[in-house]
Write a new protein. Sequence first.
Length: 140
Amino acid sequence: MMSFADPPRKPPAESIVPMINVVFLLLIFFLMTAQIAPPEPIAVEPPEASSEQTAEAELTLYLGPDGTLAYRETEGEQAVLQALELARIDLCGDGGCEGTEVPPLILRADGKTPAAGIARLLPQLAAIGFSDVQLVTVPK
């Protein structure tokens, strides 16, 4: 009688489950650490300028083409100014801010907003403690 050798066994296939687990863990990690920007309360199209500096601050004030002011969920001039003052106080802490410690304010004004409207707003912002207001523009 002839004796045949057993055929060689195939190695077991690599499982793809660990790779799927790693992909899902990375997905969860990036979703948890990503900073999602809140939606703009007013749609604005910033004016064009040749400056290439970027404005960076924690507080952003929106000024619509019709002069409407908005800050986060708050709209209306007096309500926005009060909310901004409270936000500045929160950022400064109990001791208050002095000189260069005052947090800057980003102003996202629409390009169609009259300059007189912005000029009228700046003294009001200075009165509540914002001496550094940065106007957002888009490059030409």
